[in-house]
Design a protein around this ligand. Structure first.
Ligand code: ZN
Length: 284
């Protein structure tokens, strides 16, 4: 196994045996370190036996600060307009770099690890069309339907370049279990593609599948107030009042079986960290 630096914050591990090239993206948000820690655990235990593993430090400057981003959220910058801007600075400069370099790496599949601000009872995938194989390898609830929901994410952009890429939201930022989830996911993916041979075969029950329907944006941050603290996977009553602000009420649609996913917190609303209030989804 040979390690070589092939770009800024990009290290490639190669072997003499042919096999797929798997990209692992960590800390696109600089305070979300579970993927990086899981990679360290795997590399401490296993040699890569075939194929190529590419480790990609998403936003290294944000990771140095332990913050989501340096100046602005890089994971909203992978749009045609922003990637065409001249003289990019700060996080956009890194987005330009990744957009230029990642397609050159021959990546067959990509996994991108994230974690969430609020507690979540379950980790989950963010899955786009064309990522069914990768998604099936993730031992967590699988959420489809994200096309066009979050504008400018790295993985949606990679999928558009025909590089299947899946996000695993592994749990809360600080939770040790988030690292365990990222490690199990990596073991599952790397063993499936033959890059490693795990001590025990990786098996898990087929996780539940969901479809995200809508991202609900915040109309007015100053007056926005949740009716209560919500958590991901929380069931919503048809017509339930979720929040209010001076632009109006935020009410669950008159539909059975809807759930909340990734609600913002009141603190994040007040600090204007989130532009979105929450996402709605349903079980498939
Ligand atoms: Zn993230």
């Amino acid at each position: 196994m040979k390690s070589e630096v092939v770009g800024e914050g990009i290290v490639r591990l190669t072997t003499n045996k042919t096999g797929p090239t798997i990209g692992v993206v960590c800390n696109v948000h600089g305070n979300e370190l579970c993927g990086r820690k899981a990679v360290h655990r795997i590399l401490a235990k296993y040699e890569i036996e075939c194929g190529t593993l590419v480790l990609i430090d998403g936003n290294p400057n944000a990771a140095l600060l332990g913050k989501r981003y340096v100046a602005s959220d890089m994971n909203r910058m992978f749009t045609t307009d922003q990637l065409a801007q001249e003289n990019p600075e700060q996080d956009l400069k890194r987005a330009h770099y990744l957009a230029k370099e990642l397609p050159k790496l021959g990546l067959d599949q990509v996994i991108d690890f994230h974690s969430t601000t609020s507690e979540t009872p379950y980790p989950f995938t963010v899955s786009f069309p064309g990522t069914e194989e990768m998604t099936s390898l993730c031992p967590v609830p699988q959420i489809f339907g994200w096309t066009g929901i979050v504008i400018g994410s790295l993985i949606e952009w990679l999928c558009k370049q025909n590089i299947p890429a899946v996000v695993v939201e592994a749990g809360q930022h600080e939770a040790e279990s988030s690292i365990d989830v990222a490690e199990q996911t990596l073991l599952s993916i790397l063993s499936h593609f033959g890059l490693i041979t795990p001590e025990e075969p990786i098996t898990f029950e087929k996780p539940a599948q969901y479809k995200v329907l809508e991202r609900v944006m915040i109309g007015d941050h100053a007056s926005f107030k949740f009716e209560k603290e919500y958590s991901s996977f929380e069931a919503l009553e048809p017509g339930e009042l979720i929040a209010k602000d001076k632009t109006g009420d935020y009410v669950a649609p008159q539909q059975e079986g809807l759930m909340m996913i990734m609600p913002s917190t009141q603190e994040h609303v007040e600090k204007r960290i989130s532009r979105g209030a929450y996402y709605l989804m349903q079980r498939l």
